[in-house]
Design a protein around this ligand. Structure first.
Ligand code: SF4
Length: 753
C-alpha cells in the first residue's frame, strides 16, 4: 500500500485526490486537502476511479484490421510505419483537406495536445473536430466579438456573489464551478444571498434556489431578452460602467426597449412576477454572477443565448469585480482564435469543402463531419480520446461515414464503438500511467496548474500520446529522430538560466528550417524531455508555456509565490509545476486587472454584435416549433452516475443502471405507462428503447435522458440508451452548428413486447 496524490478525471473540475494504491489498483480515494483549488473537495464519482483504470476493455497492444474485418495484434513499429506511409500518400495525392483530426483530450488528459496538434500540421490540414465544438463554440464566437479574441474565456465568481443566476445548468450534478455543492449550500444558508435557477426541470440545484423559473425548453432566448428588457426599460442598467467600459450600448438599448416583455414571458411559460423579481434583484445586487452551461448552449438560439447571458452581467456592471463574471488566463491554451472574417495569405480562413464551415476558436463542429466525409473529400481521420460513434450527433451517419474512410486510426485506452470501425487502434496509457495535466484551469483571480505524475506502470504495450505522435512524425519523415546539438545542451546541469541557452539554440534551429517550428513539442520531448526528473519527458513543452505565461503576467506569477527576474521567472514557474505533486498556484490577479485580459484594440467591451442584434430582433417573428412530435427530449442530462464515456464497465453505477427516461407522472399516465415500464423514444432520426422513471420535477411534455450510456462492454449489447441514435446533425445552431440536444422533438410509446 502506498499513498499518492493525483486528480479526478471525470469532469472539468479535476479535483485533487489523495489515493491509496494497492499494487495496480486504487484501494481508497479521497480529496487532497493540499490541492490549491479543490482543497479536499470531491463528489461521489471519484471514489469509483478503479473502474476506469482496471476493466476488461482496456487495450494493451496495437491492433490492425484484417481484410476479414477482425483485429489482429501488430507491433508499434509495423503499425506506425504503415500509418505514416498511408498518411503521406493521402496528403501528397489529395492535399491537407483530405485529413481531419477528431477529439484530442477528454476531461483531464490535455498534456498530449501539444503533440497531437502537430499531426494536422504535418498533414497540411486545419480540420480539427472536437466535442467543445458541439457545446461551447457559440460562446467562444460571442467572446471574440465582445472581448476581442475567442479565447477570452469567462469565469464566474459564484463563491463571492450576492446574487447568482444559474441558467441551463445544474451544478449540484454537473459541477463546473469550484467545489459546487459546498458553494450551493453556502448560498442557501445565507439569507442575504439569492440563488435563481432557470431550468425546465426541478433539478437538485433548483430545489435549493430562492426562485426557480421552470421555463419551456427552447425559450431561454425569450426569457433572457425579457430580463434584459426589464432592466433597460426601467433604467436599472449600470450607466457609469457602460459608458466607461463598453461601446455599442445605444444600439443594444434601442433593441431592448422594443422587446415585448409580457409576450416573451408568456412564451417562456413562467410567472411574470418572478421574472420581474429576478430582473430587479439582478440589477440591484451589490455583486451578481451568471453561470450557464449546456442547457442553453445546446438548445434553440444557442449562440444568441451565449450573447444574452453575457449581456445580463454586462449591462448590470457585474464584470471585472469580486462576485461577478470575469475572464481568466490559460497556461495550456486549449482553444485559439479563428475569426471567420480573417484572411490568411489573402484567402478566407479555411472552410470545409461540403458545408463551407469555418473554425471557431480553431475547432470545427462534429455536426458536419459525416457530411464532410461522405461528400466533402475527407479520406483519413485520426481520432484520439474521443468516441464520435456514440458521443457526436447522429450515430448512424457516423457509422456510415466511417465505413467510407480510406484510413481511420483511433488512439484510446479502450476498444470504443469508434475503434471498432478503425483500421488501426493504438493503445494509450491510462491517465494514471503517464504524466498528465488538465487544460481546464479556468479560474480568476487566482489560477492553478496541476501536473500529475504516473501512479502505475503502463499496462501492456501502451504508450503515452507524446511518444505515439513523436514516433509517427519521425516515421512520416517530418522530423529527424536525433537533434545532437540540442541534446547536448539539454544534458547540461540545470541552472536558473540554462533553459534560455537551450531555447535560443532551438530558435536558431527553427530560423534555419521554418518547417521544424511546427514540431517544437516533439523536439523538446526528445531533447529536454530526456533529462527531466522522474521520466517527466512529456512535460517538456510546459517550459515554453511557463515562460510565455511568466513573460505575460510577471507580477501575478510573483504574487503567487514564484520568484525570479525577467530571465528566470518562467523557468522557476516550470520548476514549481514539475516539483508540485498536488498542483500549484501559478498566478494571482487583482479583480480590476481583468481589463488587461480584454483584447479589443480600445480595451472596451463591444456590446453591439450585428448578427446577434438581428437575431434578437427577429425573435418576435419566430413561430414556436410545432410539429408531429408531442414531447421535447432534453438529451444528455448529467446525473449522479454518468460520466461521459470514461467508465465503460457498467458495474460502476450504484443506481440508474439503464439510464432511465424521466417523464412527468401525468404524461406517463396518459400514455398508460408506469414506473420502470419499457417505452420507445422516437425522433425524426431514429428511436431508442428506454425504461420509464416518473419524475414530477419535469414540466409536462418534457422528457430527459442522460449522456454516458450506450457503450458496449466485453462485446455485449449497448448498456442503456445511445441517445445519438435519435439526435440529428442538421438540427443545430445556424452560426456555430452546436446541436440542439436539449430540444429534440420526440414521440413516446409503450415498447412492443
Ligand atoms: S467528478 Fe468532478 S466534481 Fe466530482 S470529484 Fe471528479 S472532478 Fe471533482
Amino acid at each position: 500500500m502506498r499513498t499518492e496524490t493525483t486528480a479526478c478525471i471525470l469532469c472539468s473540475r479535476n479535483c485533487g485526490l489523495e489515493v491509496e494504491l494497492d499494487g495496480e489498483r486504487f484501494a481508497r480515494i479521497r480529496g487532497d486537502a493540499k490541492h490549491p483549488c479543490s482543497q479536499g473537495y470531491v463528489c461521489q464519482k471519484a471514489a469509483r476511479l478503479d473502474y476506469y483504470q482496471n476493466h476488461d476493455d482496456r487495450l494493451t497492444r496495437p491492433l490492425r484490421r484484417r481484410p476479414d474485418g477482425e483485429f489482429e495484434p501488430v507491433s508499434w513499429d509495423a503499425a506506425l510505419s504503415d500509418i505514416a506511409t498511408r498518411l503521406n500518400a493521402i496528403r501528397d495525392e489529395h492535399g491537407g483537406d483530405a485529413f481531419a483530426f477528431a477529439g484530442g483530450g477528454g476531461q483531464g488528459n490535455h498534456l498530449g495536445a501539444p503533440y497531437s496538434s502537430q499531426l494536422p500540421a504535418a498533414m497540411g490540414s486545419r480540420f480539427v473536430y472536437n466535442s467543445l465544438a458541439q457545446e461551447k463554440t457559440g460562446d467562444f464566437w460571442v467572446n471574440g466579438r465582445l472581448f476581442g479574441r475567442q479565447n477570452c474565456h469567462g469565469t464566474e465568481d459564484v463563491e463571492h456573489a450576492d446574487f447568482v443566476l444559474f441558467i441551463g445548468t445544474n451544478p449540484f450534478q454537473a459541477h463546473g464551478i469550484p467545489n459546487a455543492r459546498d458553494a450551493l449550500k453556502a448560498i442557501r444558508r445565507d439569507p442575504t444571498r439569492t440563488m435563481v435557477v432557470v431550468d425546465p426541470r426541478r433539478t437538485d440545484t433548483a430545489k435549493m434556489a430562492d426562485v426557480h423559473l421552470q421555463l419551456r425548453p427552447g425559450t431561454d432566448a425569450y426569457l433572457m431578452s425579457a430580463l434584459l428588457a426589464i432592466v433597460v426599460q426601467n433604467d436599472l442598467h449600470d450607466r457609469a460602467f457602460l459608458e466607461r467600459r463598453c461601446t455599442g450600448f445605444e444600439q443594444l438599448e434601442r433593441v431592448l426597449r422594443d422587446v415585448p416583455v409580457a409576450e416573451y414571458v408568456e412564451r417562456a411559460g413562467v410567472d411574470p412576477a418572478d421574472v420581474e423579481r429576478v430582473a430587479r434583484g439582478l440589477a440591484a445586487a451589490e455583486s451578481a454572477t451568471v453561470r450557464i452551461d449546456l442547457g442553453i448552449q445546446q438548445t434553440l438560439h444557442s449562440t444568441l443565448n451565449s450573447y444574452l447571458e453575457k449581456l445580463l452581467f454586462l449591462i448590470t456592471g457585474n464584470f471585472g469585480k469580486r462576485g461577478g463574471n470575469n475572464l481568466h488566463t490559460f497556461l495550456l491554451p486549449i482553444i485559439g482564435h479563428t475569426d471567420e472574417r480573417d484572411v490568411i495569405d489573402g484567402k478566407p480562413l479555411r472552410r470545409t469543402t461540403h458545408h463551407g464551415m469555418f473554425p471557431i476558436a480553431g475547432l470545427y463542429p462534429p455536426a458536419i463531419l459525416p457530411d464532410e466525409i461522405l461528400h466533402g473529400g475527407v479520406r483519413a481521420i485520426f481520432v484520439e480520446s474521443c468516441n464520435p460513434a456514440v458521443s457526436w450527433p447522429d450515430s448512424d451517419a457516423y457509422e456510415q461515414a466511417f465505413e467510407k474512410l480510406e484510413l481511420l486510426v483511433v488512439v484510446d485506452v479502450a476498444l470504443t464503438e469508434t475503434a471498432r470501425f478503425a483500421d488501426y487502434v493504438l493503445p494509450a496509457s491510462s491517465q494514471f500511467e503517464k504524466w498528465e495535466a488538465t487544460g481546464f484551469n479556468l479560474e480568476f483571480p487566482d489560477n492553478y496548474f496541476h501536473l500529475r505524475h504516473p501512479l502505475f506502470p503502463a499496462k501492456g504495450d501502451t504508450l503515452p500520446e507524446a511518444e505515439i505522435y513523436t514516433r509517427l512524425l519521425e516515421k512520416m519523415g517530418v522530423i529527424p529522430d536525433r537533434f545532437p546539438g540540442l541534446e547536448r545542451l539539454a544534458r547540461l546541469e540545470p541552472a536558473a538560466t540554462r533553459h534560455l541557452v537551450l531555447l535560443a539554440k532551438l530558435a536558431r534551429t527553427f530560423a534555419k528550417d521554418r518547417e521544424l517550428s511546427k514540431y517544437g513539442a516533439s523536439i523538446l520531448y526528445r531533447t529536454l524531455g530526456k533529462h527531466l526528473p522522474d521520466g517527466a519527458a512529456a512535460a517538456a513543452p510546459l517550459l515554453v508555456l511557463a515562460m510565455r505565461y511568466a513573460a505575460r503576467y510577471p507580477q501575478q506569477v510573483r504574487r503567487a509565490g514564484i520568484d525570479g527576474n525577467r530571465l528566470t521567472l518562467g523557468g522557476n514557474l516550470f520548476r514549481a509545476i514539475l516539483d508540485s505533486r498536488s498542483g500549484v498556484t501559478i498566478s494571482k490577479h487583482e479583480y480590476d486587472e481583468v481589463w488587461d485580459l480584454v483584447q479589443t484594440a480600445d480595451g472596451r467591451i463591444h456590446l453591439a454584435i450585428s448578427e446577434m442584434l438581428e437575431e434578437l430582433q427577429s425573435l418576435r417573428h419566430t413561430a414556436p416549433p410545432n410539429g408531429e412530435y408531442p414531447f421535447v427530449l432534453l438529451a444528455g442530462e448529467r446525473r449522479s452516475y454518468n460520466a461521459n464515456q470514461i467508465y465503460r464497465n457498467p458495474e460502476w453505477r450504484k443506481i440508474d443502471p439503464n439510464g432511465a427516461m424521466r417523464m412527468h407522472p401525468e404524461d406517463a399516465r396518459e400514455l398508460g405507462l408506469t414506473q420502470d415500464d419499457r417505452a420507445t423514444c422516437s425522433s425524426a432520426t431514429g428511436s431508442v428503447e428506454v425504461s420509464v422513471d416518473l419524475d414530477d420535477g419535469l414540466r409536462r411534455g418534457v422528457v430527459s435522458l442522460p449522456h454516458g450510456y450506450g457503450m458496449r462492454y466485453r462485446g455485449g449489447p449497448p448498456q442503456g440508451p445511445q441517445i445519438n441514435r435519435i439526435t440529428a446533425s442538421a438540427s443545430c445552431d445556424p452560426l456555430a452548428k452546436t446541436p440542439y440536444h436539449k430540444h429534440v422533438p420526440v414521440r413516446i410509446e409503450r415498447a412492443r413486447g
